[in-house]
Design a protein around this ligand. Structure first.
Ligand code: FDA
Length: 305
């Protein structure tokens, strides 16, 4: 129930306007984001890279309301790519298509994504986040359109959706870069597994499909989870396929399971941390609390202070 309440809160505009003005809420977010600016993210990325962990940056925000706002987001990311280059960081970016104007016009979002893919360093990827289920079809459509001209584009797929197995099967012919996650939105039981055990089972099944494709020479699978069981299963499958450790990539969110991330990097697995920054953190932060309502304790501690 608490998870549902937090996911409901994540979509509530009134709360999104009011709650971030309270200092204790803002302070509680520090566990999951180093700061609101890209410079804060860069400082943290330099430290992580020294520990063998690469990074992905994402500017918080979704569902922009005008083309001008979407253009500003694209310009922002172009500036980020330039800053990352200056710093010599192995940092990729991850974008939400509704932040690039998908609600206004699919073609506009496609053009903005294309500009980002063009501006990216060779070898680095622009990742496309997966948002709630109503955006899956247009997201896959835009991904396919841009991917046709730019190989350096990756897509996130969500294991909680019943359709994902088929989506992955259809995409495999592209030898794509796929970031596999469990899924962070509130979805109806007709289209998403309601039980965690079923989501986990599907996650392992899809991991196997991705790693098998990798072993046969295709794509770049990224196992994006904090779940020790999912990580152990991916390691087991990779061992069975004799996949070298550097070809098994794990990705986690900044501030979550940091010790496990460092251990995986030390053991020779490719490791990346996704660092979110920006001022529009409310819906994103509510989704993080929903994943682990025990995190509400951090908010409560800030309030008591
Ligand atoms: P699960 O939620 O089952 O948690 C397993 C364990 O991990 C927990 O028991 C706890 O120990 C730890 N944990 C998980 N979340 C935590 C938290 N918030 N705080 C503290 N501990 C926590 N989703 C989406 O829909 N679209 C997207 O584009 C992305 N992108 C993305 C990128 C990356 C790099 C990651 C890691 C995740 C995403 N997600 C996402 C979010 C994803 O869908 C999912 O909601 C979270 O990763 C939590 O699921 P887990 O796989 O960690 O497992």
């Amino acid at each position: 129930m608490l998870r549902n309440a937090l996911l409901w809160a994540s979509t509530n505009r009134y709360l999104a306007q009011r709650l971030p003005s309270y200092g204790f809420v803002k302070r509680a977010t520090r566990r999951f984001m180093p700061g609101e600016t890209v410079e804060d993210a860069i400082t943290e990325a330099l430290t992580l890279e020294a520990h063998g962990i690469r990074t992905t940056f994402t500017l918080l925000g979704e569902n922009v309301e005008t083309d001008e706002q979407a253009d500003a987001v694209a310009e922002h990311y172009l500036g980020v790519l330039a800053r990352v280059r200056e710093q010599g960081l192995d940092t990729e970016i991850s974008v939400k298509l509704t932040q690039l104007g998908l609600d206004q016009d699919l073609d506009g979002a496609r053009r903005r994504l294309q500009r980002l893919a063009q501006a990216c360093e060779p070898g680095a990827l622009v990742w496309v986040d997966m948002e709630s289920s109503r955006y899956v079809d247009p997201t896959v459509e835009v991904f396919r359109a841009v991917r046709a001209g730019h190989a350096n584009l990756g897509l996130c797929l969500q294991a909680y959706l019943l359709r994902t197995e088929q989506d992955l099967d259809d995409l495999l012919e592209l030898s794509p870069a796929i970031r596999l996650v469990k899924g962070a939105y509130q979805e109806p039981a007709e289209i998403a597994y309601p039980r965690k055990a079923d989501v986990d089972r599907n996650y392992v099944r899809l991991t196997e499909v991705l790693l098998r494709a990798r072993a046969e020479g295709g794509g770049r699978p990224v196992i994006a989870t904090h779940d020790p069981r999912m990580i152990a299963e991916a390691q087991r499958i990779a061992r069975e396929l004799e996949l070298p450790r550097q070809q098994l990539e794990f990705s986690m969110l900044y501030g979550i399971q940091s010790e496990a991330q460092q251990r995986l990097a030390r053991e020779g697995y490719a490791s990346r941390t996704l660092i979110a920054y920006g001022s529009a953190w409310f819906p994103w932060y509510m989704r993080r609390l929903a994943e682990r309502p025990a995190n509400l304790w951090f908010v409560a501690k800030q309030l008591l202070r």
